[in-house]
Design a protein around this ligand. Structure first.
Ligand SMILES: CC(C)(COP(=O)(O)OP(=O)(O)OC[C@H]1O[C@@H](n2cnc3c(N)ncnc32)[C@H](O)[C@@H]1OP(=O)(O)O)[C@@H](O)C(=O)NCCC(=O)NCCS
Length: 194
């Protein structure tokens, strides 16, 4: 099996993927794997975006840059038991609404076979649904996420898990709307879609 090359030469798979995965970055934006020199910028965007600051190994990150500065980023991070999580998705405020997070998510989904999990604030469920992610009920969650969900509920008891959602992509093709991905029909893997 071919190993994923985290440092493809320019003009190779990294750039071809821009169109292969069904998205086009706006002019001036570039998609590439992170390098060691990006570690500081990754941490700074994590802190400014107020997302989980744990597990930030730059080697797992893909970035979108603009004028060679970090504009958006994301990673897939491993957990015990072979679980993999789409994480650290963030776009600099000045670059939001241009499809950068979408491009990163599609790129990461193309590199990692399902299932992929994620946790997000409840208000972001609508952001992830079109990619094929569906929210899990507690009994559907792997133990790691059930513990996290329970902790979130303890810390912020108001509302569903204090506003935290656990979602899973089981292989419904990305790029489809929830309806096109089967919302009206049987659910893949038996998970309900919200
Ligand atoms: C959420 C976030 C990553 C979106 O980044 P972005 O680059 O602006 O997103 P995109 O432009 O790729 O948007 C892709 C789609 O999601 C939609 N979308 C964007 N933000 C959304 C939100 N908060 N809720 C619902 N949909 C949203 C866009 O309208 C777009 O839809 P379209 O393809 O139909 O036009 C960005 O707002 C951010 O960095 N927020 C702070 C960090 C954060 O909360 N990260 C998520 C951690 S779970």
């Amino acid at each position: 099996m071919a190993l994923f090359d985290p440092f493809p030469p320019l003009g190779s798979a990294a750039e071809r993927q821009i169109s292969a995965e069904g998205f086009v970055l706006p002019p001036g934006y570039h998609l590439r794997p992170a390098q060691a020199a990006d570690a500081g910028a990754i941490r700074r965007l994590v802190w400014r975006s107020r997302i989980n600051p744990l597990g930030l190994d730059w080697r797992r990150f893909w970035l979108v840059t603009y004028e060679e500065r970090l504009a958006a980023m994301g990673q897939v991070k491993p957990h015990a038991g072979g679980l993999r999580e789409l994480a650290s998705i963030a776009t600099e405020p000045a670059h939001r609404g241009k499809g950068l997070a979408r491009g990163l998510i599609l790129t990461l989904m193309a590199q990692h076979a399902p299932p992929l999990y994620l946790t997000c604030r409840a208000e972001l469920r609508a952001f992830y649904r079109p990619f094929g992610f569906a929210e899990l009920d507690p009994e559907e969650m792997p133990p790691y996420y059930r513990r996290l969900w329970g902790l979130a509920r303890l810390l912020r008891p108001a509302g569903r898990a204090g506003g935290m959602a656990v979602m899973c992509w089981l292989g419904v093709p990305a790029n489809k709307t929830p309806a096109a991905a089967g919302e009206d029909g049987p659910e893949p893997g038996g998970f309900r879609r919200r």
